[in-house]
Design a protein around this ligand. Structure first.
Ligand code: S5P
Length: 452
């Protein structure tokens, strides 16, 4: 195993990062300058880099590899030689003679191509490369990047549905160099301030429509959810947190036409029975909505598997969707049946939650790796590869005394680009629940249309 930190320190000696005052192409004065091209002149380091980058894509589908010209060309070549993944070459400018091809090499339509980039800043040159590669009928899903300058490029690509695997962020580099006394504290502060304050490359990203998202879905449950949304013009999930089975059935029957799904906490139902599920399934089939059990699994895989299929609730037998925490790691999510859509909890709506940005990033990373995870519960934007479910939605209240924090449908669609709103007390707690469900359906759909 190659040690990332040692690799960085050896590369630093080649002069790949310089500190001082540099005027960038954009005219901005930067306290650091990055140029990874010298790495190609060190076969030893290039080989090590290739191993590190290959380590990040070992679980990704790949039939081809392509470097973004020019700096990443030797990197992609080294990776190809080390892994036997065939290389294709993207031209920077097309030839004005012969075939005028932009992609050179042997490839076939539909093959998955991993892209390699040295430094990501705005993501612009990557987007150009992706366009050329996709134009030739190839598929791009995963991108490996050596260094993220943390200026918005990674987020831009992730919002478009690509997965960006970065070896180092500029902050990682600064921390390593500081720990080895190549930088002093005042330099670190200056650089970190620059990263924080420097206006990020602002690219306004339009949200994807349900039609566009439908095309990206691989799981039958996420497909079904979006199909229902489109056919009934609703993105509303009602959370019926009610303790009497008959009350849930009555309400489901009344408001089912406005919903994509009903979310339950079966463990709060005092008279839960198989017959209740049988009746609820009949209503869900008649009114065309899915059943979502908000169990929020949070244990080791073996226990979760038993909780999912055993006990009195037998969730695996009827739930189309379930929620699960990611706290126990990747393998704990692999125990749910293939036909159930898993929604992970990446961020919670309550005051003082421990799900900070770092937690969310890790939760999203894990979620993206597991095939039956269709999306996350969160309170901010997600990469387009995951559907966003947002609870804590209420048109009249801003919170409760137990930590819940509410937002309006308008806010969660315009700011978070959510896909589905989850409303509990706003519906079942209203004087007229049917009228209220209709209102949330209309407001949710209006907010979605405004956000596209
Ligand atoms: O972060 C979260 C995650 C969930 S799933 N915050 C939440 O409120 N929820 C659930 O959404 C919660 O368990 C409840 O079932 C519903 C919100 O209900 P409301 O009455 O506060 O709208």
């Amino acid at each position: 195993m190659i040690n990332k930190e040692k690799f960085l320190l050896k590369s630093y000696e080649l002069g790949i990062i310089k500190f001082g005052e540099f005027t960038l192409k954009s005219g901005i004065l930067s306290p650091f300058y990055v140029d990874l091209r010298p790495l190609a002149s060190s076969p030893v380091l290039l080989k090590e880099l290739s191993q590190l980058l290959l380590g990040m894509i070992k679980d990704c589908r790949h039939e081809l590899i392509c470097g973004v010209p020019y700096a990443a060309l030797p990197m992609a070549t080294a990776m190809s030689l080390d892994s036997n993944i065939p290389l294709i070459i993207k031209r920077k400018e097309s030839k004005n003679y012969g075939t005028k091809k932009m992609l050179e090499g042997i490839f076939a339509q539909g093959q998955y191509c991993i892209l390699v980039e040295d430094v990501i800043t705005s993501g612009k040159s990557l987007l150009e490369t992706i366009e050329e590669v996709e134009k030739e009928g190839l598929k791009v899903k995963d991108i490996v990047v050596v260094l993220d300058r943390q200026q918005g490029g990674k987020e831009l690509l992730e919002n478009k549905g690509y997965q960006v695997h970065t070896l180092f962020s500029i902050e990682d580099v600064i921390d390593i160099l500081y720990n080895h006394e190549f930088l002093n504290q005042s330099q670190v502060i200056k650089i970190k301030d620059f990263i924080k304050e420097k206006p990020k490359v602002q690219v306004s990203i339009p949200r994807l429509t349900y039609e566009q998202k439908l095309e990206m879905q691989k799981h039958p449950v996420s497909k079904k959810l979006i199909e229902i949304a489109l056919s009934k013009k609703t993105n509303l999930i009602a959370s019926l947190d009610i303790s009497k089975a008959q009350e849930i059935l009555n309400l489901a029957d009344k408001i089912g036409e406005y919903l994509v799904a009903i979310k339950l906490h079966t463990d709060i139902i005092s008279d839960f029975s198989e017959n209740f599920i049988h009746e609820l399934k009949k209503i869900s089939a008649a009114k065309n909505f899915l059943l979502f059990e908000d169990r929020k699994f949070a244990d080791i895989g073996n226990t979760q598997q038993m909780q999912f299929s055993g006990g009195i609730y037998k969730i695996s037998e009827w739930a189309d969707l379930i929620t699960s925490h990611v706290i126990a790691g990747e393998a704990s999510l692999e125990v749910f049946g293939e036909s159930t859509g898993v929604v992970t909890i990446a961020e919670m709506s309550s005051k003082g939650t421990l799900t900070d940005e770092n937690y969310k990033t890790k939760a999203v990373e894990i979620s993206n790796k597991i095939t039956n995870v269709i999306g996350c519960v969160a309170q901010s934007k997600l990469p387009a590869s995951l559907l966003l479910f947002t609870p804590g939605v209420n048109l009249t209240e801003s919170g409760d005394e137990k930590g819940q924090q509410f937002n309006t449908p308008e806010k969660v669609f315009s700011e978070y680009h959510t896909d589905f709103i989850i409303v509990g007390r706003g519906i079942y707690g209203a004087l007229d629940s049917e009228k209220s469900a209709k209102k949330y359906q209309e407001e949710g759909w209006k907010a979605y249309l405004k956000s596209i």
